[in-house]
Design a protein around this ligand. Structure first.
Ligand code: SF4
Length: 215
């Protein structure tokens, strides 16, 4: 807090508005189009996002990197992959020299890419029909870590299976099972998944031992 103004709130509001602007637009009513980002992470979260959404708290400008790049002139357009009557919609951040590029924020230099980013990148390589893919992590102090990937069919088939599962669950209005992972730590639905309010009855020790007052 400086002077009378709460600059932290101002910055948080700015990050939120830019984040909302850059967010991939998902039409929650159109369950025949499933977005790639919905199936590379926890599907329960994706389900709640469509059925009963709660706002996610954004932590900084670094998180907006990928969305900003997609909006620039060299950002790539979304592309659909047909799965019978369903569509899987993906969007790479950039396509350069026939390679898919993704940019992700990082808090530290990584040994390995995050599993959800590998799934996203691999699926983009099939959707756009490209052989090479690269994911670049950029930390707040401008350090970069780059990983390259060659596409894997089995991994993509698993994504297609998840698209069908999410579509069915949305159709039947059934909440997907918990998919506990490190994602839960920053998930806005943590309390819905892991905190249950129990109707506890106040009982005294005397009652439990059958020594309560009798009329
Ligand atoms: S808390 Fe975990 S299991 Fe629950 S919706 Fe979020 S990511 Fe999924």
């Amino acid at each position: 807090m400086m002077g009378d103004r709460d600059y932290r709130t101002t910055i948080q509001n700015a990050v939120k508005s830019i984040g909302d602007e850059l967010e991939i637009d998902i039409d929650s009513k159109n369950i025949q189009t499933i977005h790639l980002q919905e199936v590379v992470r926890c599907m329960r979260r994706a389900y709640y996002d469509r059925i009963d959404p709660q706002e996610v708290e954004r932590r900084g400008f670094n998180e907006l990197l990928s969305g900003l790049l997609r909006k620039l002139q060299y950002g790539s357009d979304p592309k659909d992959f047909d799965i019978n009557d369903l569509k899987l919609r993906g969007q790479a951040d950039m396509i350069v020299d026939d390679a898919i590029l993704l940019f992700r924020p990082g808090t530290e230099e990584l040994e390995n890419p995050h599993a959800s980013d590998v799934l996203y990148l691999n699926a983009c390589m099939w959707i756009y029909d490209k052989e090479d893919g690269i994911v670049v992590y950029i930390t707040g102090d401008r350090k970069e870590t780059t990983f390259s990937l060659t596409r894997n069919k089995k991994m993509f088939e698993d994504i297609i299976r998840r698209v069908r599962v999410l579509n069915n669950l949305l159709k039947e209005q059934k909440t997907p099972i918990l998919e506990p992972s490190t994602e839960c730590n920053e998930c806005q639905y943590y309390e819905r998944c892991f905190t249950q309010r129990k109707n506890t009855k106040q009982t005294s020790l005397a009652d439990m031992l059958g020594l309560g007052k009798k009329d």
